[in-house]
Design a protein around this ligand. Structure first.
Ligand code: HEM
Length: 237
């Protein structure tokens, strides 16, 4: 087995361990934080079923962002939906046989790759062009955007500029999961794509990308608005 394959295998095992353990520890921490006050953003649902629908609309349509800012919503939503399609398309590298839904998504995945970059570009431009946002932007905000843009760009470059051996790339990933290492093709673009992905996995638990699991723990979104019972409950009507 080549040194390169061994290095990348070690890299992915380490990155996966950091991602899983890191995210689980974070979620445990979020779940244990006391929430002594009722602070749902109104108008808020008064039942648990209502909270479920509110949360579903929030994570699928980014409802509160839509109300707050149409431009950020447009680019943010575009980026996230495109990322989801790209990730579903990527499932084919980890499963054999490939699932029907994943096969169905393949043709759209390519457009999604471009849409992902357009979304990222819009979100990034805002950090330079909007004075207020530029002021609060930190180096890590820029680095996370750069990291994801670089992953998208190397992915699209493999698709359009210099093809990689996708069959061998898939064999490498399946081999990793079965703990039976298979050789990794030494294409610079694939090596860059995978190294950047491993970096993203490793920084995820310490990054702002934690808003993905974090949104479910947001008291302004996940609370039932029942601080005061409805009038009927205390008048006995
Ligand atoms: C270990 C995980 C990953 C592997 C093995 C992998 C592998 C690949 C390969 C082989 C291609 C070229 C596809 C082709 O030529 O048809 C590709 C494309 C691409 N990758 Fe990845 N990738 C991984 C993770 C990611 C992640 C996490 C993202 C996004 C954050 C991403 C974004 C893209 C994009 C946008 C493309 C171009 C569009 C497409 O072909 O779907 N990749 N990836």
């Amino acid at each position: 087995m080549s040194t390169l394959t061994l290095i990348y295998a070690a890299l992915f095992y380490a990155a996966s361990a950091i991602l899983v353990v890191g995210v689980v520890l974070r979620i445990v921490r979020y779940a244990r934080i006391p929430v002594p006050l009722k602070i749902p953003t109104s108008p808020a649902p008064m039942t648990r079923g209502g909270v479920f629908w509110r949360m579903l609309r929030e994570v699928s349509l980014f409802e509160s962002l839509y109300r707050a800012n149409k431009w950020i919503w447009l680019f943010g939503w575009m980026f996230h939906v495109a990322l989801a399609v790209v990730l579903v398309r990527h499932v084919r590298y980890f499963t054999e046989p490939v699932w029907a839904l994943v096969a169905l998504v393949q043709p759209f995945g390519v457009y999604a790759g471009f849409a992902m970059l357009v979304g990222l570009a819009g979100l990034w431009a805002r950090r330079f062009l909007v004075e207020r946002i530029r002021y609060i932007s930190t180096i890590s905000d820029h680095l996370m955007l750069a990291l994801m843009a670089a992953i998208g760009a190397t992915g699209l470059a493999m698709k359009y500029l210099s093809h990689t051996d996708v069959v061998a790339a898939k064999a490498f990933m399946l081999g990793l999961m079965a703990f039976e290492l298979q050789p990794l093709p030494a294409d610079p673009l694939l090596l860059a794509h995978l190294a950047l992905v491993a970096a993203l996995m490793a920084v995820f638990p310490a990054s702002k990308l934690l808003h993905a699991p974090g949104v479910f723990f947001s008291p302004t979104r996940n609370q039932v608005d029942d601080a005061r019972p409805p009038v009927a409950a205390w008048t006995g009507e």
